[in-house]
Design a protein around this ligand. Structure first.
Ligand code: FAD
Ligand code: NAD
Ligand code: NAD
Length: 505
């Protein structure tokens, strides 16, 4: 028995010996996981890195490209002279500066191939592409990829954007019908345009209107004709007051688009000549070689819903508080977030600048900030070289409006060509009862002159100015923002006009 008692301490010693001092092991931080490789995630990643340069940040996206901006896909890329534009994705902005649609080349990231890369030590932002996030588990602090692998997160950002809605009869016709959201959609449509075709664009909102005009512009040099079909009375009818919708529609027609208003699509079929047929009911139809469906998006909230997060069913977004947090350590930004606008109440916004600002803000709050999201984002749209507008706040055709117009000079167009056209005031501000669009221009017929010119549309809710559309008025977004934030009322519009120099050269 005695020899056995002596062996034990020896064994214990050999077990203890190999243990290294704990300081020698490098500690991998649990990552900040950003779901969706779009604008909001890109902005969040940058904000996190600015605040905490050694942070472990992973962007996970199901597309094959590094984060990119979508606005040029329906505008600038179509105006490029470069036949290789679908490869380079380079465009010129209005200032003439060359930019790439992709924010930064993949070489700026640490590209990882799978979930195991989340442990990798690097100073770069990690990028995991071509991967679908299938599950969010907020109790375990994990996300699960479609291949079943898991990543533990420190904090997570939901920035999954939205999926294009589809029309009846569209399924299974992807060779004839395209929704339009991604770089690959652009590449596909660019090739169809090059081959020459009659393209029908369905939808009269932002995307349909921009694309119809862009395709018609391309049609000047290629064998391309464009028909635009939608149920409203004119282009941008859900945003613009009725008179401006009608005027804009005449301009879109002049740019070469065959605009068919008051036409809802009942069904999409193909015929024996390999054409695609839009059935508009009442024996009306549009026959085309290809159809682009631009009928809005559905925010992608399934991950959040399955994780038990609250969904704003009215606005179809994930509910977050003013700090953009849905639950402890779970944030959301961009198109899919229903947030509390401190000034205007609960909102969901589907625009680029909001994706940038909310993404940045969420990123800052993820690394310890606790500030409310108070930035009043803007958006812009261009319909060809002569019409451009920018807006702040709630711009909805359902609200009552007060408009002020002046004749535009040549420099008031997006193209901003030099010119000396004389200006003349169009109409005075004129507040109307809530819920009814004012006839602000009824006294001075906007169609009398060829051009609507430049103007301001104030959107009003219970006398308070809640939105401002700057039509061919540029460089005044901050002034508009200040007006919304100050909560001015319609009585104060006269005094506010001087901020915009509307009647000056
Ligand atoms: P997105 O940019 O849509 O990014 C979300 C990403 O997440 C997508 O890549 C998606 O594939 C990915 N994803 C989704 N679910 C998962 C998942 N489960 N796993 C992995 N990845 C996932 N706004 C303007 O203000 N001005 C404009 O001129 C303008 N032009 C536009 C032109 C076009 C053609 C389009 C489509 C949009 C335009 N917009 C414009 C709107 C603007 O682009 C969007 O508001 C913005 O892209 C929203 O950013 P986001 O990051 O929220 O979503
Ligand atoms: P939208 O919500 O602006 O417009 C939807 C349009 O769909 C409506 O105008 C309507 O005409 C049409 N529509 C709906 N149901 C229809 C039906 N059954 N038949 C025919 N038409 C029907 O959405 P969108 O124009 O598709 O744009 C997609 C997304 O991209 C949106 O989030 C939008 O904000 C964004 N986007 C923004 C800009 C910009 O800010 N300049 C530009 C392009 C796209
Ligand atoms: P800005 O330059 O401050 O931009 C506002 C937001 O839009 C920022 O988040 C910025 O990152 C983003 N942004 C700007 N240009 C972009 C682009 N081409 N693609 C994607 N994102 C872009 O504000 P601004 O000077 O008022 O211009 C806003 C937009 O309106 C720009 O796209 C500009 O090209 C366009 N625009 C400008 C004029 C003009 O004459 N200044 C005319 C028509 C349209």
């Amino acid at each position: 028995k005695k020899p056995q008692e002596k062996i034990q301490p020896v064994v214990t010693e050999t077990v203890i010996e190999p243990v290294e001092p704990p300081v020698a092991t490098p500690k991998i931080q649990k990552p900040y996981v950003l779901i969706g490789a779009g604008t909001a995630s890109f902005a969040a990643a940058q904000a996190i890195k600015e605040k905490q340069p050694d942070a472990n940040v992973i962007i996970i996206g199901n597309e094959e490209y590094a984060p990119y901006m979508r606005p040029p896909l329906s505008k600038e890329l179509w105006f490029s002279e470069d036949p290789e534009v679908a490869k380079t994705l380079v465009f010129k902005d209005w200032q003439g500066t060359e930019r790439n649609t992709i924010y930064q080349d993949v070489s700026h990231y640490e590209v990882i191939e799978d979930a195991s890369g989340s442990d990798l030590q690097t100073d770069k932002i990690k990028l995991l592409l071509n991967k679908q996030v299938a599950k969010l588990n907020v109790e375990d602090h994990t996300i699960t990829l479609a291949d079943g692998s898991k990543i533990y997160y420190n904090k997570v950002l939901l920035a999954t954007g939205g999926a294009p809605k589809s029309l009846p009869g569209q399924d299974g016709k992807s060779d004839k019908v395209t929704t339009f959201r991604t770089v690959n959609d652009f590449k596909k449509l660019d090739q169809i345009a090059k081959d020459g075709a009659h393209i029908a664009v369905v939808g009269g909102g932002f995307l349909g209107s921009e694309l119809a005009v862009a395709l018609a512009k391309r049609g000047e040099k290629e064998k391309l004709t464009v028909t635009q079909v939608f149920p409203e009375e004119g282009n941008m009818a859900n945003v613009f007051p009725s008179y401006l919708t009608k005027w804009t529609t005449t301009r879109v027609r002049k740019l070469g688009v065959d605009v068919q208003t008051d036409s809802a699509i009942k069904d999409i079929k193909t015929d024996e000549n390999n054409k695609v047929v839009l059935d508009l009911g009442n024996d009306k139809q549009v026959v085309a070689d290809h159809v682009v469906v631009a009928v809005g998006i559905e925010p992608r909230v399934d991950l959040a819903r399955d994780a038990g997060l609250e969904i704003d069913e009215k606005r179809a977004g994930v509910v977050v508080n003013a700090e953009l947090e849905a639950r402890t350590d779970v944030f959301a930004a961009g198109d899919m977030v229903s947030f509390h606008d401190v000034q205007l109440g609960r909102r969901r916004i589907e625009h680029h600048d909001h994706a940038v600002l909310s993404g940045r803000h969420a990123g800052e709050n993820m690394v310890g900030g606790a500030k409310p999201y108070k930035h009043q984002s803007m958006f812009w749209s261009d319909l060809g070289p002569e019409i451009g507008y920018e807006a702040v706040g709630l711009v909805d055709a359902q609200l009552s409006t007060v408009s002020v117009w002046a004749k535009a000079t040549a420099k008031d167009t997006p193209a901003a060509a030099a010119g000396t056209e004389a200006e003349s005031p169009r109409s005075a501000p004129n507040a109307g009862p809530a819920g009814e669009t004012t006839k602000a221009v009824a006294s001075t017929n906007p169609f009398k002159d060829e051009k609507f010119g430049k103007g301001l549309v104030f959107y009003v809710r219970e006398k308070q100015i809640v939105g401002l559309l700057l039509f061919n008025v540029f460089g005044k977004v901050q002034e508009a923002r200040d007006i919304i934030d100050a909560g001015y009322t319609t009585e104060q519009i006269d005094g506010l006009l001087k901020k915009f120099n509307l009647h000056e050269d």
